[in-house]
Design a protein around this ligand. Structure first.
Ligand code: ADP
Ligand code: MG
Length: 375
């Protein structure tokens, strides 16, 4: 990838720049927890966006995207926003840095990546984080790493029309090889936990389906959670116990009860997985992943036929852990698979999914790797 990027850099701008990269991410467990003030548990992966960059002593940014095969130039003022979607991520990062007082100038860049787009691995966060990290380094702005993640998040909010949380950018910037990070979405405190599953592979199985649902299931779930939290008398469901939930059983709808049961269970599962990882107990980690899957399917009701099919098949194939990754209604499952079962599982997942749904799922093996870095 470096060679291909440099070829384009040299062709368009001449000479050499400096290479920076930032990663896509997975979330091992902790789903629909962020808006409940609870935990997520992401890690950066060995798929990244990489850019060669150099200051150009002007007030213009000139960028070549190898993957989109496009060249774009833009200025650094608010009215200079480019129209190309991919360039808006870079422009947004520049603007958000300037809004925070960073004095920057123009630069030349060529970039490419291998984070699949729109598969739930956060290629957009990888793109933002690469440029945020690079600009901070080039102009020696001394921005804290967590703030670099916030710059990416604000970019999505203000320049790309995506009201995302902080997890994706946080994981992309802060990721460490061999570690997952438990982020407390209430306090924004975080802690690294070892994730070195020797003898296992981590693999995403992308169903390549995305169900369009009528109404707003996401807002419905949030509203259910807020109602139950208010009935119990806590700010977030994260602060409630199963006993407290049981005590209000008669005061909430059956549906709201199920939603809250999932969330309270999920908070505990993240903690259980962290404890298991500290002991190197990957079998318990896997069991918790299945519990999350079926909680999302039966209690939170954000799964779909295709994802339940993949989770059932995984179990049949002896896969240690499998669950929906992401908000649900389509996308990927994340699977923890023993090395010796891997090939058979992937072969069956492809063939049997194809036989039933008419297309093969996309397979993405991942290794937990470093986040934003100079390379
Ligand atoms: P994801 O879930 O992968 O983050 P998004 O829709 O949020 O999906 O972001 C994908 C967008 O990010 C693409 O449409 C493109 O604008 C930009 N992007 C991601 N990867 C690349 C890349 N390698 N080259 C150019 N743009 C990219
Ligand atoms: Mg994205």
């Amino acid at each position: 990838m470096k060679t291909r990027i440099h070829e384009q850099f040299e062709k368009n701008f001449g000479g050499n720049g400096t290479f920076y990269a930032s990663a896509g991410r997975i979330n091992l467990i902790g789903e629909h927890t962020d808006y409940n003030g609870s935990f997520v548990f992401p890690g950066a992966i060995d798929k990244c966006i990489m850019a060669e960059i150099r200051k150009n002593d002007s007030d213009k940014v000139r960028v070549v995207s190898l993957d989109i095969n496009e060249y774009v130039e833009f200025g650094l003022k608010e009215e200079d926003a480019p129209s190309q979607d991919w360039a808006r991520y870079i422009f947004g990062v520049c603007r958000e840095i300037q809004k925070r007082g960073g004095v920057i100038g123009g630069f030349d860049a060529a970039f490419a990546g291998n984070v699949p787009l729109g598969a739930g691995l956060s290629s957009s966060a990888a793109l933002e984080s690469t440029f945020a990290f690079a600009i901070d380094a080039m102009w020696q702005l001394g921005i804290e790493k967590f703030e670099l993640a916030r710059i990416g998040q604000s970019t999505e909010h203000n320049y790309c029309g995506v009201k995302c949380g902080i997890m994706d950018q946080f994981a992309s910037v802060m990721g460490k090889k061999g570690s997952l990070m438990r982020l407390d979405c209430k306090t924004m405190e975080f802690e690294y936990f070892p994730f070195k599953p020797e003898g296992y592979k981590l693999v995403l199985v992308d169903s390549r389906v995305k169900h369009q649902l009528s109404g707003s299931p996401y807002n419905d779930r949030r509203n259910s959670c807020e109602r139950v939290a208010a009935t119990i008398g806590v700010e977030f469901l994260r602060d409630a116990s199963m006993e407290q939930l049981q005590a209000v059983k008669d005061k909430v709808s059956q549906e709201d009860y199920m939603r809250a049961e999932y969330v309270i269970g999920e908070t505990q599962r993240v903690l259980d997985v962290c404890a298991a990882l500290e002991k190197g107990d990957y079998e318990t980690v896997g069991a918790k992943m299945y519990e999350t899957h079926w909680g999302m399917s039966k209690l939170y009701e954000v799964s779909c036929e295709e994802l339940d099919f993949l989770a059932t098949l995984a179990k049949e194939c002896g896969v240690t852990g499998c669950r929906i990754m992401g908000g649900g209604f389509g996308g990927c499952t994340i699977n923890l698979v023993k090395d010796e079962l891997y090939d058979a599982f992937i072969a069956r997942a492809k063939a049997e999914f194809n036989a039933k749904y008419g297309h093969e799922p996309q397979i993405y093996p991942v290794v937990i790797s470093d986040g934003a870095h100079k390379c």
